[in-house]
Ligand binder design. Structure first.
Ligand code: MV4
Length: 509
């Protein structure tokens, strides 16, 4: 593969990942074009890019998912490449193909690799042929309940009915008894039709209490390598909340076996760029390929921290035909990294998404802390997009110290105006089971106490301290201050403690 001229990159995404890509482009000497919906007109990533083009109203279907509008924006701005980020169109083979057909560089794998991995039964056949361990089950879709019952009996109950077009858990049904199978096939198929427009389903043996461990790969025109694992078991309803690298359950020997499987998976589909193989890791150490994510992932920073690589820069290099800049030879993880996803979800309200204006935000910093966010003080949080406000990543010498640093950083973080899941993270990071690394994909289902709003002693102490400070503030403010304005400022300005001037005035009367 020869080098291709690439000067200007259009980022077909928004928020923190758009900003992350803009920064990587700057580091690589590339110009940037942001696209934005009406909801994002004032967003940080729009101001950060060299150019910005409006592509439509707030609703994703009318903006970030419009292939025609994105290609128009690329033409108008003179972009010669498109980075899809994660979510939105990042794993649509038709988008990758349309970008390439328009004579532009798609910063991601070939469309053929996306489609090969998009259909789960086709991926299972390909992986099996490449020697990648897959979960026992069928490698073609099943519609006949009699045939399905024979397959289920062969692999043994419990079994899982899965959507062939699936991913992310939609159209999945656990079946523990033969008598429940026919019903599960029907409901899973109906759900799959609704979600993916394709009702094809197949069977797998249901793996009980596994961990979710994924392997990062990178492939250029010469070689495919793995960059270790990420442990992603801490999730709720298929939304990851905390990720770490490495995994307490993976030693050097297992890392090499899982890494070799992920490299074989990439090679089997002609993969290029950054990709991730998801595995289930059973308690006995057996691992099984689940699916491949053909994009940069939300949690890529934990890998960057422990391996000292910049995955987005590598994506840019590979897309323009340059070799990856990772030295040949064994890669060794250094220390421990943890990422907490900070979402606008309210623990006091069943962790439901909350919307509003971020009146004030202060990011943590200091040794070993990395903050990745697309929002700032004054940003509007709408319900049009996902609820992630920021990612807080820490890197320390070992896992206990990474946990300690994360607790410190979470306490430094202030978000005023919208409720966040920070209290959840603080509870999780102080939990003895989490501290021992005793986690699996059902951990949070077993522990609803961690998802509830904390009413602990520390919170009560904080409330008492806040009350004492307010009383002191009141005592001090009664004294006239020379030169101080006598009238309150305009609008609902907010002080560091989250009180609007008006509210403070009322409280101090
Ligand atoms: C499984 C499984 C257990 N056994 N397959 C969920 C979404 C899709 N990526 C695959 N998923 C699962 N497949 C077998 N044979 C359990 C899950 C699963 C899961 C996997 C990864 C991360 C979180 C999960 C949460 C629930 C279920």
């Amino acid at each position: 593969m020869t080098q291709r001229p690439m000067r200007r990159v259009l980022i077909a995404n928004r928020g923190e990942i758009a900003l992350r890509i803009i920064r990587a482009c700057r580091d690589e000497g590339l110009e940037t074009v942001a696209v934005y919906s009406d909801a994002d007109a004032k967003a940080l990533f729009v101001r950060a890019a060299d150019q910005a083009i409006r592509i439509g109203p707030a609703s994703p279907g009318e903006s970030y998912l419009r292939i025609d509008a994105l290609l128009d924006a690329a033409r108008v701005s003179g972009a010669d490449a498109i980075h899809p980020g994660y979510g939105f169109l990042s794993e649509r083979a038709a988008f990758a193909q349309a970008v390439t057909d328009a004579g532009l560089i798609f910063i991601g794998p070939p469309a053929s690799a996306i489609s090969a991995m998009g259909d789960k039964t086709s991926a299972r056949r390909l992986m099996s042929a490449a020697g990648v361990p897959i979960v026992p089950g069928s490698t073609a879709s099943l519609s006949d309940p009699v045939e399905a019952a024979a397959v289920a009996k062969e692999i043994g109950y419990p079994v899982l009915v899965k959507a062939a077009a699936g991913g992310g858990g939609k159209g999945m049904r656990i079946v523990r008894e033969p008598s429940e199978l026919a019903d599960a096939l029907t409901t899973a198929s109906r759900e799959a039709t609704k979600a993916f427009g394709d009702g094809a389903v197949y069977l797998e043996k249901y793996i009980e209490l596994p961990r979710h461990v994924e392997i990062q790969i990178l492939a250029d025109h010469e070689r495919t390598i793995h960059v270790g694992e990420r442990e992603c078991s801490v999730q709720r309803r298929h939304q990851k909340l905390l990720e770490e690298a490495p995994s307490v359950a993976v030693d050097a020997e297992l890392r090499e076996r899982m890494g070799a499987a992920a490299v074989a998976a990439g090679a089997a589909v002609g993969y290029r760029g950054a990709g991730t193989c998801e595995f289930l890791l059973a308690a006995n150490g057996d691992f099984y390929f689940l699916e491949m994510n053909t994009r940069i992932q939300v949690e890529h920073p934990v890998t960057e921290q422990v391996y000292g690589v910049d995955l987005v820069r590598e994506q840019l290099r590979i897309a323009r035909g340059l070799p990856m800049s990772i030295p040949r030879g064994p890669l060794v993880p250094r220390g421990w990294a943890i990422e907490c996803r900070i979402t606008s979800e309210d623990p006091a309200n069943g962790l439901l998404p909350s919307a509003g204006t971020i009146r004030w935000m202060r990011a943590p910093s200091g040794p070993g802390v990395r903050w990745a966010s697309g929002v700032e003080s004054g940003s509007e949080v709408t319900l049009f997009y996902d609820s992630m406000l920021a990612k807080l990543i820490v890197h320390a010498a070992d896992r206990p110290r990474a946990i300690e640093t994360m607790r410190r950083a979470l306490r430094e973080l202030s978000v005023v105006g919208v409720a966040t899941n920070v209290p959840f993270h603080l509870q999780l990071l102080s939990d003895p089971d989490f501290e021992r690394g005793a986690i699996d994909i059902q951990f949070l289902e077993r522990r609803p106490d961690l998802l509830a709003a904390p009413e602990d002693e520390a919170t009560l102490v904080r409330i008492a301290v806040a009350a004492a400070l307010l009383a002191e503030d009141r005592r001090v403010s009664r004294r006239p201050v020379a030169g101080a304005p006598t009238a309150p400022g305009r609008g609902a300005a907010v002080a560091a403690d989250g009180w609007t001037r008006a509210a403070r005035r009322d409280a101090l009367r």
